[in-house]
Ligand binder design. Structure first.
Ligand code: AMP
Ligand code: GLY
Length: 434
């Protein structure tokens, strides 16, 4: 198949890499891709958010499939444009991508579909929002409604912090239009996990569970990042839980969207909080009464979850994506391999705050001998590979056990170096603490 992957991060490198493992050979393109995707694809010099230019490329090149990585082009209607010109695309139309693009919309769908989630209200008026705060207890969560590059969620430990967050968004305009509406949400206790469901408009097949590490420092300390590592499977998601998540969370959302005329195709990513005797940590029960609650939905593959999950997928991946994109996905399209995978993100020192770019990376070949090195923020310059982002590399080890997978990932990270490189040393700690 001729396939275009849209995006330039570790997720897109992992998607292109996984397509390149398929039994039959594909002609793979990445727009814009990065220094790593060059190994498995031809990079096309079009930005992931240039919806018009991507549609034009697709109209001329007639790929058999376009796989959209990031949320921004989905929210901007890239898939709607591709549908108009008859190009199969993996990813939801803009109306579906609102599950990620508007937290208020996602809550409305969850409420209508009876999906367990934190209790929340939406406000545009700062005084009304602040008046509602005491009813939520502490901590309390304040969220900007729209896309805010992962920065629009504040977990406030005190009422003072909560009021400041409300003012910041509604009066100070911190996130512009994305924060013109805020949600105040019940704090959910427990252990987080990520479920990536492949959806074809009507049916869903769940990919293996995973767990992300959002904070920058070991022990889950410091500010939130895009994700500093992941592993799969996540033991907090037992087989029973996985079945429950499909039946009570994923399918009701797919059906509710369809009822509203939105045929959702692509990944529906559920960020979940599990709070039961098997979770680490546990805490007071949620108001919904359910042991699994939705924290957020995303309309795309997670990053770095994808780098830990896709190495565990066997079979013909392109066929599975195409079947989801064209409404005929079957359970057998997804083949899950035994074993475990662990991904360590190597970042630029200073991330998620300010950091420098353009540092030469060495040791990539040696690292690649024992693990898979996905590129997140790199670029090629005169035969050298340079850093070009906060998250630079995503290093995945696989093995029969999680310990083996983690050891292989860290052995490989140990062979890589660039000035001021940083990584967490405790990926998968919750699984090991059990
Ligand atoms: P989101 O962008 O909605 O995923 O939020 C980012 C992170 O904030 C999540 O991964 C959680 O760690 C945390 N978070 C968001 N909402 C809640 C909540 N209601 N209770 C506890 N933690 C939350
Ligand atoms: N790793 C979190 C996300 O992709 O949103």
């Amino acid at each position: 198949m001729k396939i275009l992957v849209v995006g330039s991060g570790g997720r897109e490198h992992a998607i292109a890499w996984r397509l390149a493992q398929d039994p039959q050979e594909h002609e793979i393109y990445c727009a814009p891709g990065n220094a790593g995707t060059l190994d498995v694809a031809t990079n096309v010099d079009i930005g992931a958010e240039d919806v018009g230019l991507i549609a034009e490329w697709a109209e001329n090149e007639k790929p058999d499939l376009v796989v959209v990585g990031p949320e921004a082009p989905l929210v901007k209607g890239l898939v709607d444009r591709l549908e108009e010109i008859g190009i199969p695309a993996f990813g939801p139309v803009a109306a579906g991508a609102k599950m990620e693009g508007s937290k208020r919309f996602a809550k409305e769908i969850m409420e209508a579909a009876g999906v367990p989630t934190g209790k929340a209200e939406t406000f545009t008026d700062a005084d009304a929002a602040k008046a509602a705060l005491p009813g939520y207890g502490l901590p309390v969560v304040i969220k900007a409604d729209g896309l805010a590059a992962g920065k629009g969620v504040i977990v406030a430990e005190t009422l003072e912090q909560a009021r400041a967050a409300v003012d910041d968004m509604l009066v100070g305009n911190r996130f512009g239009a994305a924060g013109a509406e805020v949600l105040i949400e019940e704090f959910l206790h427990g252990e987080e996990c990520s479920i990536l469901a492949m959806v074809d408009g009507e049916n869903a097949v769940l990919l293996p569970s995973s767990q992300d590490h959002k904070r920058i420092f070991d022990g889950d300390k410091g500010p939130n990042t895009g994700g500093m590592g992941a592993y799969s499977p996540a033991p907090v998601v037992t087989a029973d839980k996985l079945a429950m998540i499909k039946e009570k969370i994923i399918m009701p959302v797919v059906r509710e969207l369809k009822k509203r005329g939105i045929v959702y195709r692509g990944i529906l990513y559920a960020g979940l909080m599990v709070n039961d005797e098997n979770s680490n940590p546990r805490g007071p029960a949620a108001k919904s009464g359910s042991s699994v609650n939705v924290v957020e939905f995303n309309a795309r593959f997670g990053d770095p979850e994808t780098e830990a999950v896709l190495p565990r997928i066997g079979g013909d991946f392109a066929k599975a994506l195409l079947h989801a994109a064209t409404g005929c996905l079957k359970d057998e399209d997804i083949v899950v391999k035994d074993g475990c995978a662990a991904t360590v993100i190597v970042s630029s020192g200073g991330y998620p705050g300010d950091y420098e770019k353009g540092k030469e990376i060495s040791g990539l070949d040696a690292a690649g001998a024992g693990a898979t090195v996905f590129h997140c923020g790199t670029k090629e310059s005169g035969g050298r590979i340079l850093t070009s982002g906060g998250r630079v590399l995503s290093v995945t080890g696989t093995g029969a056990t999680l310990r083996e997978a983690v050891d292989k990932a860290y052995d490989a990270v140990g062979k890589i170096s660039f000035e001021k490189m940083f990584f967490r040393r405790d990926i998968a700690h919750r699984a090991f603490e059990r």
